[in-house]
Design a protein around this ligand. Structure first.
Ligand code: SDX
Length: 385
């Protein structure tokens, strides 16, 4: 095998087919089961898009009503899951709370399912599991932020749809319609993106016929990294470092001299801009107006034009979503857990697709260690015997 055969990071490698989404850098577009994500984000609820990702079509009224009823039934944070989150140190990263909570939920649901040979579950079992994770993650994320702030948890409200209830549980007050709409759009934009690192992680785990929960917990670990899901949190740290638009130039001079990665920019697949950014930027603009924060817009626009002008590297979805979540009031540490709450729909759709394909994912490697050698004449360390 020659070096040219090796595709580091699997860059440019088509590893399998998927019917769930199509990322097309040539046309700078993203389709969820054939629908442009821009259309879905501006016309659908996140519940309807979750249904689409799992089932392949948008729900009719009855199907959506059924999904909403099931989602409401599982919105509450079970006491034992809350107790597990409380065991996580307050200064741990919230993604460790999410991982802990999901691991316990999975262990309890799978308890008594017999041998390891039947944990992968049937499609209907995994659909039910997917809906339950979709429903309970807002409670996990909201509880985590309120716990860190020393606030009591807020119980879900059945009279509010998914996005409005998520905000209600997090902030303990009803959000304005413009905020709910911007948040709903962000969840749809974050929901799915073909074989990104966390989704492919989930598929690798599902390909061994392991269970859906183990695959989701593995994906959470992958998403935590700042080169992937952790970038939206990192964007806010950059905004905090820069402070205001006037400081962008000097800050960028120093950052680039230090060869720093500017979080929220660049993408492995999109090389001329992330197709989701215009829709999320429009949502950010509504929030800038709603909260009267032209300073945020100035910093955002200045950094974008400076960096794109110097390096020709364009923003990805994390760049507009970071300031948007900050304006809504989410703590910066809560941003990546928000990404989990959205992407759990795409992850679980891919897990079910992978389980249906029955193909173990196991690539090759090119060995570059020592040549073959033998232990004859080797004197072992007498103490080791
Ligand atoms: C997400 O895959 C998905 O679909 C992911 C995602 C999803 O929805 O699931 O879209 C979500 O993860 C978005 C990406 C969030 N991450 C960041 O914002 C972190 C900063 N971005 C970079 O780390 C980088 O752009 C990557 C990791 C996202 C993509 O990198 P690639 O395609 O592997 O390209 P590369 O790192 O090899 O960069 C090529 C060149 C390098 O310069 P040279 O070494 O050749 O001189 O471009 C430079 C890089 O240094 N570069 C950057 C940069 N991104 C690329 N330089 C500074 N800042 C950046 N952000």
């Amino acid at each position: 095998m020659t070096d040219t055969d090796i595709k580091k990071g699997l860059a440019g490698v088509v590893a399998d087919t998927t019917a769930i989404s199509k990322v097309n850098p040539e046309t700078n577009s993203l389709l969820y089961r054939g629908y442009p994500v821009q259309e879905l984000a501006s016309t659908q609820s996140f519940e309807a898009v979750a249904y689409l990702l799992w089932n392949g079509d948008l729900p009719d009224e009855t199907q959506l009503a059924q999904l909403r009823a099931t989602e409401r039934a599982y919105r509450h944070l079970p006491a034992e899951v809350r107790a597990a989150i409380d065991l996580v140190p307050l200064d741990a990263h919230p993604m460790d709370e999410v991982r802990t909570a999901l691991s316990l939920i999975g262990a309890k649901d799978l308890a008594g399912t017999g041998s390891v040979l039947d944990v992968s579950g049937s499609t209907e079992e995994n659909l039910a599991r997917s809906v339950r994770l979709f429903a309970v993650l807002p409670a996990i994320v909201a509880y985590g932020q309120r716990r860190r702030r020393g606030q009591q948890p807020v119980e879900p409200r059945d009279d509010l749809d998914y996005a409005a209830n998520f905000l209600w549980m997090t902030f303990g007050e009803e959000s304005d319609a413009v905020v709910v709409d911007a948040f709903n759009r962000s969840m749809i934009l974050y929901a799915e993106h073909s074989f990104n690192a966390s989704t492919f992680t989930a598929r690798v785990i599902a390909s061994t016929l392991s269970d859906l929960y183990s695959a989701v917990v593995g994906a959470v670990g992958a998403l935590k990294g700042p080169l992937h899901g952790g970038a939206n949190e990192a964007v806010l740290h950059i905004f905090d470092e820069i402070g205001s638009a006037e400081n962008v130039g000097p800050w960028l001079d120093e950052a680039l001299a230090q060869k720093r990665k500017i979080m929220g920019f660049g993408h492995r697949v999109y090389k001329r801009g992330d197709s989701r950014v215009p829709t999320m930027k429009a949502a950010l603009d509504t929030l800038v107006e709603h909260y009267d924060r032209p300073d945020v817009a100035a910093l955002y626009d200045t950094l974008e034009s400076e960096f794109v002008g110097r390096k020709g590297i364009y923003p990805n979805l994390d760049y507009p979503s970071g300031p948007a979540y900050n304006l809504i009031g989410f703590d910066t540490l809560t941003f990546t857990p928000l990404f989990v709450a959205a992407r759990v729909t795409g992850w679980t759709a891919h897990i079910m697709e992978q389980l249906g394909s029955n193909a173990l994912i196991r690539p090759l490697s090119a060995y570059n260690g020592p040549d073959e050698r033998h232990i004859d004449g080797y004197v072992p360390d007498a103490a080791a015997l």
